[in-house]
Design a protein around this ligand. Structure first.
Ligand SMILES: C[S@@+](CC[C@H](N)C(=O)[O-])C[C@H]1O[C@@H](n2cnc3c(N)ncnc32)[C@H](O)[C@@H]1O
Length: 249
């Protein structure tokens, strides 16, 4: 990813992190890890590192891993007490059975081969180690708009740009296929009504425009409609967020 793309991603992640319900959702993911004090938890695709900081606060021996050096640098700057390392979800620099917990939040959809990453997760997890995956399904954004047909196109075309857009609806099957047991899935719906969500919606339309999937005038009109909705307090988007967990047998 270019520096600009990482900066845009960080802005969007900050919006999501600050949205109502986000803290409770992260807390639920920590709960599902069942991590004992001091136990090693690996937060894969840690981004700007908030979860690493929060888990460290709770007493876990957590290490954040991200493939982007820029993300790792930002995470270290934001959370100096957290431990962050550059690394790849497909080839983690941990020994077999070294970790008690594995967490990947909004990451699996970015991977071309989620099964490979989950096999790697199993390798590094100890027996009875826990895995928790969170993320949205990129084909399932609910966005109110004055042009529902164009909205459908934007959501679908944006999903087509994601490596594994439907990974979240596949979490259960992916975990079972990787050999995890006691697999559970929860769905928590994020509801966004404020202007703070505009950068996420704008980015959806812009990304489709950059790929030639919608015309500039269409994207501009769609974004203008969303801005008007935000001004009139009529912006509405809902995003089902899937949270799956399992145990390494
Ligand atoms: C959408 S962000 C989510 C960041 C963070 N987990 C959060 O919830 O805010 C996805 C992150 O996964 C990282 N990533 C993508 N592919 C990866 C890989 N193969 N190994 C490790 N990290 C990866 C990206 O650099 C990015 O920081």
């Amino acid at each position: 990813m270019s520096n600009e793309a990482v900066e845009a991603l960080i802005r969007q992640l900050d919006v999501v992190d600050d949205s109502p319900g986000a803290a409770a959702l992260r807390a639920r993911s920590y709960e599902l890890l069942h991590a004992a004090q001091g136990a090693l938890v690996v937060d894969v695709g840690c981004g700007a590192g908030r979860a690493v900081a929060e888990l460290t606060e709770q007493g876990a021996g957590v290490i954040g891993i991200d493939i982007s050096d820029q993300m790792i640098a930002l995470a270290r700057e934001r959370w100096p007490r957290g431990e962050f390392r550059a690394g790849d979800a497909n080839a983690l620099a941990f020994g077999d059975g070294q970790a008690a917990g594995y967490r990947a939040d909004k990451v699996i959809h970015t991977l071309a081969d989620p099964g490979r990453a989950l096999a790697e997760a199993r390798r590094v997890l100890a027996q009875a180690g826990r895995i928790v995956l969170c993320g949205q399904d990129w084909d399932t954004f609910v966005i109110d708009s004055s042009d529902p047909e164009l909205t459908r196109t934007i959501v679908r075309k944006r999903a087509d740009q994601v490596a594994s857009p439907r990974a979240a609806r596949q979490y259960r099957s992916l975990l079972l296929d990787a050999g995890f047991r006691d697999v559970t899935v929860e769905v928590h719906t994020g509801v966004f009504t404020g202007a703070s969500f505009l950068p996420v919606l704008t980015r959806l339309a812009e990304a489709c425009c950059e790929q030639g999937a919608v015309k500039l005038a269409q994207a501009d009109a769609w974004i203008a409609d969303q801005r008007q909705r935000a001004r009139a307090d009529r912006l509405f988007a809902a995003v089902p967020i899937f949270m799956a967990a399992g145990t390494n047998p």
